[in-house]
Structure formats: structure tokens, C-alpha cells
Design a protein around this ligand. Structure first.
Ligand code: NAP
Length: 210
């Protein structure tokens, strides 16, 4: 994955490097290279160097250019596929991507025109793709559609609520003299619901990170 220094800096520190990918960062600022390396990026002083690093990286059969405006403009002649996320929002913005020329033909719109998915922040979006190389996009979209909303409800609402209800019931059973039943309720289903909530929350986090 190749990006400009400003794009790298636009990610909150805790989200960089973007996981599971080689983060190659273009900068002409040589003294910044050590800092970038320490932060988990691979610095490159030129586009040629960035492409060399990308070709040597694991998974090099697919190289993604992820912006920003300056780097998109510099690399437009190199790419064979453009994947565009369209947000259904009106924003002023301060950076522009270059226009795609006639060599790019639309080959995917998911969902179809005028419909949108929502990301975890409820921002409506749609993915457009051109030309080839769509398998990975389709996989990513399929993963997104298995949205972690269900895990959110299970992890933060349903299981904690069930754990609480069962724990309260167990507590009253103990108070009412049914010690064994009460203790069993407190120990077994309550713990299972707590463990289930933990499982749902960690899985949701993993899905969102992916
Ligand atoms: N919507 C999107 O798809 C998307 C994607 C990515 C980013 N963005 C946004 O775009 C903005 C950043 O875009 P931008 O155009 O301002 O900056 P950028 O393209 O991210 O980075 C530009 C910087 O990259 C370095 N660079 C670029 N080409 C180079 C080359 N050939 N050799 C050496 N260094 C090179 C230079 O860093 P030095 O100045 O250090 O030399 C340059 O100042 C951010 O606001 C970001 O959030 C949007």
C-alpha cells in the first residue's frame, strides 16, 4: 500500500500502520524516515523507490495506491483499477482526486446507484470499481455486509442484560434459601453470558479493524 506523507499523518496514531498491509509512505523529508520506520511504516523518497519496496513486499501481486490527492495524481498513469468510495454527504473538502480518463470503465456499483450501505459511523456509502481486479473488493464488501451490528447488540446489550437477570435471580434464590440453585445460576449461565458478551465485543472489534 503506497500513500503520501500527509495521508499517513491523517490517520490517528492508534490506527497506523494500517494492519495486515505494508504501509509505504512517500516523503522527501529524509530525516523523517527513522521516525516513520519506528512508527511501523516503510518510508520512500521517490515513487520509484516506493514501487520497488511494494514489489518486494509480501502480497506484492496487488499494490494499492491509497492517496492523497498529490499521490493519486502522480500515479494515475500506473493504475489499472480504481476503487472509489462515494459518501452520500455534502462536504467542502480541501483535497481533490484527479478525474479518471476514458480508459476507466465502470464495472461495479455496490449497492446500485442511489442506494447506500452504512459504515460503523452510519455514514452512507457506495463502492464503485472500474476495470479489473474486483475479487478482493467483492470479498471486502461481503465482509462489510456481515456488519458487526448484530455483535454490537449481543455484546453490549443482550448478553450483559441476560447475565444481569440470571445473576439477580440467582441472588434472590440464595436469599430465599435455595442456595444450590442460586449458586449454580450465579456461576454457570451468568459466566457464560459474560464470556459470550466478551466474545461478541472482541469479534466485533476484529471485524471493524478488518
Ligand atoms: N478520500 C480519499 O480517498 C482520501 C485518500 C487519502 C487521503 N485523503 C486525504 O487527502 C489529504 C492528503 O492529500 P494531499 O494531496 O494533501 O497529500 P498526500 O498525497 O497524502 O501527501 C503528499 C506528500 O507526500 C509526499 N510525496 C508525494 N509524492 C512524492 C514523491 N514522488 N516523492 C517524495 N515524496 C512525495 C510529500 O511529502 P513531504 O512533504 O514530506 O515531502 C508530499 O507533501 C488528507 O486530508 C487525507 O485525509 C483522502
Amino acid at each position: 500500500m503506497i500513500m503520501g506523507r500527509r495521508t499517513w499523518e491523517s490517520f490517528p496514531e492508534k490506527f497506523r500502520p494500517l494492519p495486515g498491509r505494508t504501509n509505504i509512505v512517500l516523503t522527501s523529508d529524509a530525516p523523517a524516515h527513522d521516525r516513520l520506520r519506528a512508527a511501523g511504516a516503510q518510508p520512500a523518497s521517490s515513487l520509484e523507490q516506493a514501487l520497488e519496496l511494494a514489489e518486494r513486499a509480501a502480497g506484492s501481486e496487488e499494490i494499492w495506491i491509497i492517496g492523497g490527492g498529490k499521490v493519486y495524481a502522480e500515479t494515475l498513469h500506473l493504475i489499472d483499477t480504481a476503487i472509489i468510495t462515494v459518501l452520500d454527504l455534502n462536504l467542502d473538502g480541501d483535497t481533490r482526486a484527479p478525474e479518471l480518463g476514458a480508459q476507466f470503465t465502470r464495472s461495479l456499483s455496490d449497492p446500485a446507484e442511489l442506494a447506500h450501505l452504512q459504515d460503523q459511523h452510519r455514514v452512507p456509502f457506495r463502492i464503485l470499481a472500474t476495470n479489473e481486479g474486483l475479487d478482493q473488493v467483492k470479498e471486502s464488501l461481503a465482509a462489510l455486509k456481515k456488519s458487526p451490528e448484530g455483535l454490537f447488540i449481543i455484546g453490549y446489550m443482550l448478553f450483559p442484560l441476560l447475565a444481569l437477570v440470571v445473576a439477580v435471580l440467582g441472588f434472590f434464590l440464595v436469599l430465599g434459601g435455595h442456595r444450590i440453585f442460586g449458586v449454580i445460576l450465579l456461576l454457570v449461565p451468568t459466566q457464560l453470558f459474560i464470556f459470550g458478551a466478551y466474545w461478541a465485543i472482541t469479534n466485533r472489534k476484529r471485524l471493524m479493524a478488518e
